[in-house]
Write a protein that binds this ligand. Structure first.
Ligand code: ADP
Ligand code: ZN
Ligand code: ZN
Length: 725
């Protein structure tokens, strides 16, 4: 294949590295090509020119087809994807798969940058002097184009202009098609409704952000402090310079008001990207972002990979939320990639939260991020007050005492609303035999089965198994089975009995599946009548309930006793996020935390002072025990159907690793749930004082595992693991 150039191509196969192919034509990095791999036709992406090919010339295969004229990804985004593949030890081809809508991934055509019908200089003059063509439809379109943005073919069809009318204007040289990228920034006006006058704190935060600098800002704003308003104003400024904004949110399906709030304030198109969309809709939104047609894109985790014609800012709302970390397959953190992408693009990124992650706070303390603070609620409401509610140590259900019931009744009778957070769905977490102490457990997992009363059954929350509830104890045959403890379903019944005159609204993933069911549930609260809202952590996410004045968080102890060192941070965040739903308007808010250990050390910093003070205390503990963010973790997980196999494999590969300074390899150990969905699990924890050292060790482990692991064992590498489950 003389006259050919060799390129490194990323191919969607579970193998590390790129593959060499020859092309007679020059190829730009970032375009898609069709290649043959293991006798299959696959769509790959050109990464780079290959300087020193290792494939012998005789074995070199040609590229079968070039699919794009222009790169799908520009160089900055391409660099981000390569960086992510390297940092997270995930095959580059599969990184591209995760980043592309399925149609594009399988070779479907890119839309050219949206073409829009735009007036020429001549056309503008004609419209001004009123020298209109005699054809009335053409005259109408000329006037319309003068007063509106350039129109796409879709816009024109929708507005009823035929191809003949359009051709008429083009032939007179009064209008022409231009791709969006050619339209100078200021030709595309947007309108922003500055409905609210800013607080001083908001004004200062906005002024601190420099739009032409690559910088990470940590916006610490207590619940109700008006972080969204800060985002909106920054986006407005970015749009004025002709650039686009990317906003990441933890969840869209269940927080639809996020997109609405942005759409309400801007009269340009706000695009959304999330997993609840059809593939076709996702593809359409992705293309519109890429071509520059959509100025504001709001999306969940994977939206961080959206190509954008001219990105000007990235905002990560609720940056502490664990949904930004992908839990399986490609274990990336969209929050962390946002900071890398912003640096590549030379733009600012704002990470916002009322309860920032300890990593982000540590970065702010180290001067890597700039800390911006909104310490008061925007509407002048006071911070909610917290109080511990002791539970008797041997009480199995976390239900509050009589005094609390009285307080709930008084609150309801004043016409206010009450929120009860219990992070356990189902009816009861345990089915227990009072005669022989048998407990219902999952056959496939090391876990107890949860009793459910709606769609009755015993369910495993880990593998999805479900069984009918037995009438007799399978162990001793007595009719002595009792559900123990409270899930949200049981609490609903309990509160319904105690407060028959007030409606109860329950929100958890068993009864809230989509926007419709959520809207229906929230309608009661928004209607303003006194009621009790019971739910899992779903109710702590971003909702605004102006009439809730009393919040109760049931049983906070588990988080503080868990073996997972991140559980304390998560629980503190959940407490403050739930508490923050209370008293967001004129009415003062109160929060009760029920606990068997009301003297939990240090907790008073959280409830008497603020989250940031408590976070610094948690950071001091992390530092003392050399835990992240003061150490860098990597986790190797291996699972096998046969007990012991995964453990043996990890023992073997561990011995192959050359020691690195200040790096420890811990394990292999079993995770807290040693068996899940029939797989016996084992893991190795790598803890290093630097990212480089961790990287070297993981690299060796990756090579060793690729060579040594039989097909019967599945394994993965998780860099910066979010949990050790
Ligand atoms: P956060 O996201 O920080 O919890 P939000 O952005 O949801 O807070 O704002 C909380 C409430 O305060 C919203 O109802 C919002 O309209 C209102 N708000 C925001 N900024 C201001 C302001 N400058 N003046 C008055 N109200 C404001
Ligand atoms: Zn029994
Ligand atoms: Zn199970």
């Amino acid at each position: 294949m003389s006259n050919s150039t060799i390129y490194n191509i990323a191919i969607p196969v579970p193998l590390p590295g790129t593959f060499e192919y020859a092309s007679p034509l020059p190829l730009k990095p970032g375009i898609r090509v069709s290649v043959t791999f293991a006798r299959r036709r696959l769509t790959g992406v050109v990464i780079s020119l290959c300087d020193d090919p290792v494939t012998p010339a005789a074995k070199l295969k040609p590229i079968d087809a070039i699919l794009d004229a222009e790169p799908v990804f520009d160089q900055a985004l391409l660099n981000l994807l390569i960086w992510a593949s390297n940092y997270y030890f995930h095959p580059i081809g599969e990184v591209f798969s995760a980043a592309l809508p399925s149609k594009i991934k399988h070779g479907g055509a890119l839309e050219a940058a949206t073409e829009r019908l735009t007036l020429t200089e001549l056309g503008i003059q004609m419209a001004k002097v009123g020298n209109l063509p005699r054809a009335p439809k053409q005259a109408q379109l000329l006037t319309r184009l003068q007063s509106s943005e350039p129109m796409s073919r879709a816009d024109l069809t929708q507005a009823g202009y035929s191809a003949a009318v359009i051709r008429g204007l083009i032939q007179k040289n009064w209008a022409c098609w231009r791709s969006v990228k050619d339209v100078p920034a200021n030709d595309a006006p947007h309108h922003f409704k500055a409905a609210i006058s800013l607080t001083e704190a908001q004004r200062q935060a906005i002024a601190a952000v420099e739009l032409d600098q690559p910088m990470t800002y940590l916006l610490y704003g207590v619940t109700g402090s008006g972080k969204t308003e800060v985002y909106l104003r920054l986006i407005d400024q970015v749009l004025r310079t002709g650039k686009q904004a990317l906003i990441l949110v933890p969840e869209i399906a269940l927080t639809p008001q996020t997109v609405d709030r942005f759409q309400d304030r801007f009269d340009c198109r706000v695009g959304a990207l999330h997993s609840g969309m059809t593939a076709a809709e996702r593809n359409r939104q992705w293309q519109a972002a890429r071509s520059g047609g959509t100025k504001i894109i709001i999306g969940t985790r994977s939206a961080i990979f959206t190509p954008m014609a001219s990105i000007g800012i990235i905002i990560v709302d609720e940056e502490h939320d664990t949904s930004y970390k992908q839990q399986d397959g490609f274990h990336y953190s969209a929050r962390d990639l946002a900071t890398v992408r912003a640096a590549n693009e030379g733009i600012p990124v704002v990470l916002g939260s009322a309860t920032p992650s300890l990593e982000s706070i540590a970065n702010a303390e180290a001067g890597k991020y700039q800390l911006l603070k909104l310490l008061d609620r925007a509407n002048g409401a006071k911070r909610e007050r917290y109080q511990m509610l002791p539970m008797p140590p041997n009480q199995s259900d976390p239900l509050p005492n009589q005094a609390l019931f009285t307080e709930i009744r008084e609150t309801l009778e004043r016409g206010e609303q009450v929120l009860v957070m219990r992070n356990r769905r189902g009816y009861a977490p345990v089915l227990f035999c009072t005669e022989c102490r048998w407990i219902a457990e999952c056959q496939a997992c090391d876990a107890r089965l949860t009793v459910h009363r709606q769609q009755t059954g015993l369910k495993c929350h880990h593998c999805g198994a479900s069984h009918p509830i037995p009438t007799h104890c399978p162990n001793c045959s007595h009719v002595t089975l009792t559900p123990v403890g409270d899930g949200t379903q049981r609490l609903e019944t309990t509160f319904q009995t105690a407060f028959p005159d007030f409606p109860i609204v329950r929100i958890d993933s068993d009864n809230i599946k989509d926007r419709l069911s959520l809207d229906r549930a929230l309608a009661k609260l928004q209607g303003g009548e006194p009621c009790i809202l019971i739910g899992t952590q779903l109710i702590a996410k971003g909702h605004h309930f102006p009439l809730v004045t009393l919040a109760v968080v049931l049983d906070i102890d588990q988080g503080f006793l868990s073996a997972d060192f991140k559980a304390v941070e998560r629980t503190a965040q959940l407490i403050i996020q739930t508490g923050g739903r209370s008293g967001r308007d004129e009415l003062a808010g109160k929060v009760y935390l029920s606990s068997r250990m009301p003297d939990l050390p240090g907790l008073n910093a959280l409830i008497d002072q603020d989250y940031l003070t408590y976070a610094k205390q948690m950071l001091a503990d992390r530092s003392r025990y050399e835990l992240p963010p003061f150490a860098h973790h990597g986790l190797i997980r291996a699972d096998a159907k046969t007990p012991g196999l995964a453990d043996q494999l990890l023992q073997r590969v561990q011995r192959l690793v050359r020691a690195e300074r200040q790096t420890e390899i811990l394990g292999p150990t079993s995770p807290a749930m040693a068996k899940r969905a029939g797989w016996h699990r084992s893991q190795l924890l790598i803890s290093a004082s630097s990212r480089q050292a961790r990287h070297k060790v993981l690299q060796q482990l990756q090579v060793a595992l690729t060579q040594a692991a039989p097909r019967t064992i599945r394994w993965s590498i998780d860099v910066d693991p979010a949990d050790f489950f």
